[in-house]
Design a binder for this molecule. Sequence first.
Ligand code: COA
Length: 368
Amino acid sequence: MSPPFAHITGWGMSVPENILTNDDLAKMVETNDEWIVSRTGIRERRIAGADQTTASLAAEASLRALEVANVHPSDLDMIILSTSSPEYIFPATACLVQDQIGAVKAGAFDVLAACTGFVYAINLGSQAIKSGSASNVLIIGSETLSRVVNWKDRNTCILFGDGAGAFVMQASDEPGGVLSAVLRSDGSGGDLLSVPGGGSANPASMQTLYDGLHYIQMNGREVFRFATRVMADATQQTLESVNMDMDDIQLLIPHQANQRIIEAAARGLNYPMDKVMVNLDRYGNTSTASIPIATVEALEQGRLNPGDNTVMVAFGGGLTWGAALIQWSGPLSYERKVSPRRVRLFARSRSIFSRLRRRVEGFFWRNE
Ligand code: COA
């Protein structure tokens, strides 16, 4: 029997309502709208409210993706969440999402490949399906980078935004889905983009706080140079691996970091900008969430349709970069069996039930 294909059958996004414009930023640091727009293309970004976290945004995006795919959370085998702003060092944010959506039989883990994380998750999810070890996989990119940005550093605070996006991936014998992917890294450039404090190298202390090591540190010029070099290369490599070229691609969905980087990649590929998805003007750089958020909006705008080929390409800290080639599918089954209201009720009651069970078990264990 030939291995199954890994199709993307559901998608969802969740962004905070709070909007921070360039003019708002100009009141916080020495910058202005004209500088930010001309250097980055960004006009505004979303900032998580006090009650929103990486897990809560991820859970909301996931429930929407499950609804589109018509898949119940209890049918998920695996949850892969990519983030650079996790809830904690551990447990994994994916496990918190598993609880919040009631994915009772799913394994769950985080991937850390910075802004390339979602492309890594696409490849991992599709390999799990193609190997036969999973049939229904949820992949998520979720960030609250506003919590690790130094709001006094104009080099970085203008760039990032919060948000989440999720895909449901499912096994099917129908050809299509994820056709190929390339993943790359170069740790020699790790210091170009990092949050150096709080890990085993620089454990949290008064000194690390004083030195600002818990904030994002970035060498913008070097990252820019690296990004313009690798985006086109990764796209070409993933196409070449299945004997395709840019003429076969209906839409390019790049990581939404900077308009100039995206334009340089399109130039390098000799590909028209009107076939490139860009929405960074409204969300800024949402790191691992940028590709799924851009995909959801491309679908809403009718720019991506079943049967279309798309390349999702990203770069980020690590350094990491990569691309995935996907023949777009859509939901496998149109007969509605998942009611969104019921799924939310189920998720909430499963979470309460799990907590209660652990308390009761703890009580009896103590009294044995
Ligand atoms: N507002 C106004 N001026 C600013 C500024 C801001 N927000 N940030 C920097 N400047 C100033 C600098 O201090 C510098 O002034 P100087 O010439 O007097 O020293 C000048 O603008 C030019 O700075 P430079 O760093 O050369 O600008 P740039 O054209 O490289 O743009 C970035 C800076 C950060 C926008 C750009 O390097 C970039 O986008 N890099 C990639 C970052 C990225 O994508 N990171 C995420 C990766 S996933």
